[in-house]
Design a protein around this ligand. Structure first.
Ligand SMILES: Cc1cc2nc3c(=O)[nH]c(=O)nc-3n(C[C@H](O)[C@H](O)[C@H](O)COP(=O)(O)O)c2cc1C
Length: 226
């Protein structure tokens, strides 16, 4: 697939993006895919713990099978790549916390007190009982979803600004996706992102609620003025 000549402005991408209904059967340029993925990995996360994990599916046969786990949605098979966003609720215990501390050190956070503070803070925040003051409220499902979706969304905008079309998807059976992609039991599958070149007409713009409906000032229900 030819690469985009020039990157779009984010404002342009926000104006023009639609959830792509159908994709051309073309491969994605590997360098562009890498840019998209690396952009997502630059997303912020709580304590920089990066509990997101991604499975990138490009293989034809694998996409065909993934489509079956996604209620037969044709775009899963048609997309040049499907990025399967996951969240690992236990990663922080299994080495990610220490790796985040090490990374911080590598990037100049040299004060051992700060490193210890981070360990204590994370353990206090994530190690308690969900739903209590000492633990994460309300659940690890929410926590990993929160973190993975920001990286996922960053990938979506990166792809759009590079001139690709995208399709976010929640229509899939998590158990089937996990079995197919050999995703560990504890890991949650958060969303699928189809990336490629649109085929045929785009989805029509179906509008958005006004800020008066969805945005409040200072407290819930209070009208916002701009
Ligand atoms: C998290 C998420 C999950 C979605 N899941 C699906 C899906 O499984 N299948 C689908 O056809 N569209 C899916 N969509 C696309 C939405 O229907 C679409 O974004 C919405 O109707 C607004 O249209 P627009 O994005 O083109 O403006 C999803 C969008 C999001 C953000």
């Amino acid at each position: 697939m030819a690469r985009a000549a020039a990157e779009k402005l984010l404002s342009e991408a926000i104006r023009e993006r639609r959830a792509t209904p159908s994709f051309e059967d073309v491969p994605i340029h590997a360098a562009d895919l890498e840019k998209i993925i690396r952009a997502g990995l630059e997303a912020p996360s709580g304590y920089n713990l990066q509990p997101w994990r991604f499975v990138v599916v490009r293989d034809r046969e694998q996409k065909k099978k993934l489509r079956q786990a996604a209620f037969g949605q044709p775009k899963v098979e048609e997309a040049s790549a499907v990025i399967v966003a996951c969240g690992d609720p236990q990663g922080w215990k299994d080495g990610d916390l220490e790796e985040a501390v090490r990374l911080g050190r590598e990037h100049g956070l040299s004060d051992p007190a700060l490193q210890d503070g981070m360990r204590k803070s994370v353990t206090g925040f994530l190690g308690g009982t969900p739903g209590t003051a000492a633990g994460l409220a309300p659940s690890f499902d929410l926590w990993v979803n929160r973190q993975a979706m920001i990286a996922f969304t960053t990938m979506m905008w990166a792809a759009e600004t590079l001139g690709y079309d995208t399709a976010p998807m929640e229509g899939f059976l998590e158990d089937q996706v996990k079995t197919l992609l050999k995703i560990p039991e504890r890991v949650r599958v958060v969303a699928l992102l189809g990336v490629g070149r649109r085929k045929g007409p785009d989805k029509v713009y179906t509008g958005r609620f006004s800020p008066a409906h969805t945005v409040f000032a200072e407290s819930w229900g209070e009208k916002i003025e701009f």
